[in-house]
Design a protein around this ligand. Structure first.
Ligand code: 1GP
Length: 254
């Protein structure tokens, strides 16, 4: 439980973390990731998340292998389905899509995945996944066949997250979907943050350092950035510097 325990400890200390999302579908040759891997290492990125709502290629294992050969940052699977289990990663977000009412993504895929996960060393991180409306239909909304939570229904999001926590889920992930037009708004993040007592992951459409900081100030404990780094990898340095400053100030306050 090393990664989950670490995230929980950081949450209790008020420290923030950052994950870089790699979609294997967008990687033709794993060596393309080298600049991003180098930047992630230099900027003390906490995690690589690997996965996507629809992975059509078979290179997930190669992508993970390449990351692990070059850097010691933990690799966490962010799977769109039980087919995306790659035992060479360090951990898996065991996602239940609790904002939706698709039984397959609430429990069905998990039944299929459970015996496979039992037989390998992946750390299983039970995660309540809430998909929030972000303007246009994202791949995850379409593929999951679920209706995203309306972005102004704060208490609905908070009650959903709370129910997830009460069911024993250890992380809550608020996602606007990859490449979202609108990131999760600050009020939704802060409302959910005030309601739950587990680490809060926020992602989708974070493409400027201002948006990243807004999410962190509103209460995100871990932000996930994918698309924006494909366009401008240097954004990572800007955001990681801000997180570093934040974590330093938390240290001095205590
Ligand atoms: C998507 O939260 C992730 O599920 C990251 O989204 O690619 O828009 O950064 P982006």
């Amino acid at each position: 439980m090393a990664i989950l325990k670490n995230l929980e400890a950081r949450y209790r200390e008020g420290k923030k973390s950052i994950a870089v999302l790699v979609d294997p579908d967008k990687v033709e040759d794993p060596s393309e990731l080298d600049p991003l891997i180098r930047l992630a290492n230099e900027n003390c990125v906490d995690f690589f998340f690997v996965g996507g709502s629809l992975v059509t290629t078979t290179n997930m294992g190669d992508v993970i292998k390449h990351i692990k050969e070059n850097v010691s940052i933990p690799v966490v699977l962010f799977p769109g389905s039980s087919l995306q289990i790659e035992p060479s990663a360090d951990a898996i977000l065991f996602l239940s899509l609790i904002s939706g009412r698709n039984p397959d993504l609430l429990i069905g895929q998990h039944v299929i995945a459970a015996p496979i996960l039992k037989s390998n060393k992946l750390e299983v991180m039970p995660t309540g996944y809430l998909l929030v409306n972000s303007g246009k239909t994202t791949s995850v909304a379409y593929v999951s066949n679920t209706t995203p939570l309306p972005e102004d229904k704060y208490s609905l999001a908070a009650c959903t997250a709370l129910a997830g926590e009460m069911l024993g889920l250890r992380l809550i992930y608020l996602d606007a979907g990859s490449g979202a037009e609108r990131e999760i708004n600050a009020k939704m993040i802060s409302t959910v943050r005030k309601t739950i007592n587990v680490p809060l992951i926020v992602g989708g459409g974070i493409n400027t350092s201002r948006k990243a900081i807004t999410a962190l100030e509103a209460g995100a404990d871990l932000i996930v950035i994918g698309n924006a780094l494909e366009k401008d990898p240097n954004l990572l340095t800007e955001i990681a510097d801000k997180i570093y400053d934040w974590n330093q100030s938390v240290k001095t306050e205590r």
